[in-house]
Design a protein around this ligand. Structure first.
Ligand code: AMP
Length: 219
């Protein structure tokens, strides 16, 4: 039997390092990165109808409604680009989304291989969030303390000017953390019961976290 495709879900509270680890995973394994947060931010910057709808939730730190988010992922996941594996970053975030994903991956025969759950202490998360900067052009993620760009304020990859995410404020973070506890955390149990969950300590250095993820994937 051929080796199972790397169809991965990356989970963790806001600030756990999903964006940074996603970049490392997709570059090592050559799989497609699907970040619902990135998709929403792109739609917002292009001022599409989806972007306008999503913005009203994201700016408050709330989750975008399931129906909108599920539709967004449905189209992308069935795409040829995901045939050799995919990394879902920030999706699913609710049980309704997870059930929809389960149904979809069965239908298109692209089953989930592993669910990586990055664990992190909540006191550290807020510090990470307020010092995060992102590239609005390519989505690369930096941190003013732990992952500085080579040139101050500039993306290493595409040299665009780095910005702070509008929802990376202390007030928005609290709402996002609440949403995480109430709506997303139950997924840990959900995937544990399916035998797919791999817990990784997200408080280690970036390379060590990545190493543990690779071990968890058995690659
Ligand atoms: P992220 O970049 O993953 O932190 O996502 C940024 C924001 O986009 C979140 O705080 C939510 O408002 C929204 N979002 C991203 N993914 C989802 C999802 N799966 N379900 C609902 N809202 C989402």
């Amino acid at each position: 039997m051929s080796e199972q495709k790397l169809n991965i879900i990356l989970m963790g509270p806001p600030g756990a390092g999903k964006g940074t680890q996603s970049e490392l995973i997709v570059s090592k394994f050559g799989i497609k990165h699907l970040s619902t947060g990135d998709m929403f931010r792109e739609a917002i910057s292009k001022q599409t109808p989806l972007g306008l709808e999503a913005k009203s939730y994201i700016s408050k730190g709330l989750l975008v409604p399931d129906s909108v988010t599920i539709n967004l992922v449905k189209d992308s996941l069935a795409n040829d680009e995901c045939a050799n594996g995919y990394l879902l970053d920030g999706f699913p975030r609710t049980i309704v989304q997870a059930d929809a994903l389960d149904e979809l991956t069965k239908k298109i025969q692209r089953p989930i291989f592993k669910v990586i759950n990055i664990q992190a202490d909540e006191k550290i998360l807020i510090e990470r969030i307020v010092s995060r900067r992102i590239c609005p052009n390519c989505g690369a993620s930096y941190n003013l303390k732990s992952k500085k760009p080579l040139v101050d304020g500039e993306c290493d990859l595409c040299h665009s000017k780095l910005v702070q995410r509008a929802d990376d404020t202390e007030a928005s973070f609290k709402t996002r953390l609440d949403a995480y506890h109430q709506q997303t955390q139950p997924l840990i149990d959900y995937y544990q019961k399916k035998g797919l969950l791999v817990n990784v300590d997200g408080l280690q250095e970036i390379d060590k976290v990545f190493n543990d993820i690779c071990k968890g994937l058995g690659r």
